[in-house]
Structure formats: structure tokens, C-alpha cells
Design a protein around this ligand. Sequence first.
Ligand SMILES: CCCCCCCC/C=C\CCCCCCCC(=O)NCC(=O)O
Ligand SMILES: [Zn+2]
Ligand SMILES: [Zn+2]
Length: 515
Amino acid sequence: MWKSLPRVLSLVVRGFALTLAVLATIVVIRTATFPSYQTSPPECKLTDPDFIPADQERLSRFTSAIQFRTVSYERGVGTPQELARFTQFIRESFPTIHGSPLVRRDVVGNYSLLYRVDGSDASLKPYMLASHLDVVPITQEANWEAPPFSGQLKDGYIYGRGTIDAKHSLMGCLEAVEFILSRGHRPKRTLYLAFGHDEETSGHFGAKVIGEMLAQRGEKIEFILDEGTPVGEGLVPGVSKQVALVSVAEKGFLQLHLTVNEEGGHASMPRSESAIGILSKAISKLEDSPHPNMFKMFGTGPETRMLEYVATEMTLPYRMLTSNLWLFSPLVGWVYSKKPQTNAFARTTTALTRFNAGVKDNVISPEATAVIDHRIHPSSSVEEVIEFDRKVINDPRVKFNVINNMEPSPTSPYGKDSPTYMLLQKTIQQIYPDALVTPTFMVANTDTRHYWSLSSAIYRFNPYVMTPSDLPRFHGLNERISVQNYERVMNFYYHLIVNMDEPLEIKRHGHEDEL
Ligand SMILES: CCCCCCCC/C=C\CCCCCCCC(=O)NCC(=O)O
Ligand SMILES: [Zn+2]
Ligand SMILES: [Zn+2]
């Protein structure tokens, strides 16, 4: 037996080497032949009169919009007077829209706005552009570089709450429609503008009512475009070009209220465990046990497609990994889990957003509560997430109470077979000729959850450029938009509306066939 050992070892080594050689060959071939999903940009020069300049008048309107403190605090707790003033301002600022016989304006749920711009061809299904009037509250006001409701222009940026979330798109859509109508153009296809007033607190009294109203009218919408993912610069690992991230789906969410009730009492005679201690351990377990990484499971969902769409444009190491996800998806999953903004694409996330307990320094609190905000990956579900948390915490003293939840959204069509996606891609390339365009999903939530029954083609996209350092400005300090980006926003909506005059059909020519 010992005599044959060298022979066996040699066979094993050779087998191993052969397997490696085969794998390496497949990896190299796939890397070299991976298809390109990008199309060349359409020829279009943004020159006057086909261009909306960010002139003094438009910038001043945008600044004024930022100055309205339309804050949403909690569900049903907002700033009604400010919303009323803001909607009045909108009415006065866009005289052509508000005086046009083509436009019907409905005020929904007291403050939300729904405009219908009647197209000339009633046989075409309408489409909808959506945004919202409200903003989140300010934190750390003293640390802002410009007052948060000033709309101050500083070094080429307009500062203020709502500049990127999402008064840019609200005002950008209105500027585009005003521009088109004031030039005497009547769009072919009917267009809805839907602006909810409580998106930041779930859209329950705004978008939800708009959705119900349109459903009641039996309206079917060709496609819906709402706020969403941006044109990323340095956001997608391994890609140096700008990447326009078009969200074709949206994560679900689950807000869980966790409670522990234990005996309280005098701080001089504590028991071995307290409500605060028990809950802290539970929370700590949750933070230490992230939900499964979907890349590692070699998914076929939008997170994987997003990478495949830009694979050929990546630096070589990333290109090799992405062209061979059948082999490297665990490695890609590991890379994505390293940063919060990429980790959000890899899995269901767990955020501890509230923790309350105690009333006095020398009183043992009988109760401790916490809120966990999960954003649920498109390949998972509310039930799976609750089940996972229960198993991880594994303590019956921690009571679960679901505050609010939504399953991940359906996935809208994308790629060459979807005329609306291709139309969005074309419009993006008109504004960003050098950008790549890729489907992805929205890691946060939008008003579109209330529109699922109206359309099967729902997209979430913000037509401005964002770098990694801009991400904390969402709901954070020093929210701002550059004048250049605001100009792009207005022109993106303008071009989209103009493009919608063309028939929606699948155009195939040249290398697009391989998409
Ligand atoms: C691998 C690709 C990496 C991409 C990097 C991240 C791109 C994410 C960019 C922006 C996120 C957009 C967040 C905007 C949220 C707006 C909606 C909102 O606030 N809704 C309320 C809520 O969700 O609570
Ligand atoms: Zn928003
Ligand atoms: Zn927001």
C-alpha cells in the first residue's frame, strides 16, 4: 500500500492542477467574451432652444421652494400650514401650467397635488412622473454650512433640506412642463404629475389616496418614474465611468418594535438581569448576525444584473469577478458587505433606530423598547425576516410587535425588451452621454408602493450625479445640489417628455441585438 502512495499523490496533484487549469480557462474565456449591455448614446445636442438653462429666474424659484419648511415628523404629523403655503407658491410660480386648458389639477388628501396634462392622442396610455412636497426634519442645525431652509447658493451648490430629496425633481418636472407648454407644444401622450405630501412618513394620506383615486377612475399607466437611485460617480466598485442606476424594484421594509418588561425597583437592590440588559443583548445579537448575503447565494435578481450590465466596463480584476459570478459570487458578496452603501445591495439590512428606557438615575426601569428598521432584499420576505430575528434573539422575554411592513416590490421590465426602460436609457444618455446605464433596486422606499396596481413598469431614478461623499447628505447634514445638477434634472424631464411623443417600440439595430 505504501508503495503506491507516491502514485496516488501524483494523481491527486495532477487532478487538482487539471481542475484549476479548466476553471482558469473558463474564467478567461468568459471574461473576454462577456456581452456588453450598453448602447451608444443618441445624437442630441443640448443647445438652445432645446435646453432649459438654470437661469436666475429658475434658480430663484428653486431656492424659494427650499425655503418652505414642509417637514413630515410622524405619520399624520406634518406641517399643514407650510404645505398650504408651498402649494400656493407652486400655483403662482407656474402660470402657464395653471392657466392651461390642457391641465387638470386635483388637490388630494388636502395637500398632495395631482396634475393631468391632456395629450393629443387619447388612444395612448398616460404615464406618470412622481415626487413629493415634504422633507425630513433637520438635525444638528448648528453644523450646517448654510442654514437648512435658506436655499443659499454657495460655491456652485444650492444648500437646504429637500435639494436632493426631493424638491429637485418636483420643481424639475414643473419647470419642464411649464417650458413645454409655454412654447405651445401639446404632448401626444397624457402625462400625470403626482406629488405626495407625506412620502417621508409612508405616503399614507397623500400618495396612497392618489393611487386609490386613479385606480377608482380605472386608470392604467404606461410607466411611472419616481425619485430613486442617482447617476453614481465612484459608487459602483470597479467602474470609473458614471453609472446611471435605474431602480426597477424596491426593497421591502419591516419596522419592528421590541419590548422587554421586567420587574423594576430601587437601584440599590438590582436583580441579575434588567429589562435594559435583556434588550441590549437581543439588539446586540441582531447587529452581530446580519441577514444572508444574497450575492454569496449566486442570485439572479437585480443585484446581479446590475453588475453584469456594467461588467465589460470594469477594471480587469472586477471584470473577471463579475463575468464569472458562477464562481466568484461569494467573493463579490464579501467585497459588497464591506461598505454600508454596497452592503445595502447585498442583503436585508438591520438598523437600530430607537432605544428607550429609564426615567431616573436611581430607578431600575421596568420596561425597555427598541425599534428596528429592516429594509428587505427583493429575494426575501417579511415573514422570513421576522423568523430570522426570532431565531437570532432566541429569548421569549423579548416581545415582537410589527409597526409597519411592506413586501419587496415586483420587478419592472428592463433591458432591450422593455420599450420604457430603453426610453429612459436613451433620455439618460442625452443628458449624460458618457454614462453607463444599469438596472438596480432601490434600497430605501418611495411613494411608488401605492402605485403598484396602476402600472407594471415602475422606475425610481434621480437624474443627478452623486459621489460616495454625497450619500450621507440624504436625510443628513448639508444636503445640497449643484447648479449644474439641477440644470441636468430640468433637462432630463424635458427630454423625457419630448421623447414620449415618439411611439414606444423596441428598436433593434447593430450591436443592440446582443443585449
Ligand atoms: C453597487 C451600487 C452602489 C450604489 C451606491 C448607492 C446608491 C444609493 C444612492 C442613493 C440612495 C437613495 C436614497 C434616497 C432615499 C429617498 C427616499 C426616502 O427617503 N424614502 C423614505 C425611506 O426610505 O425611509
Ligand atoms: Zn424622497
Ligand atoms: Zn427621504
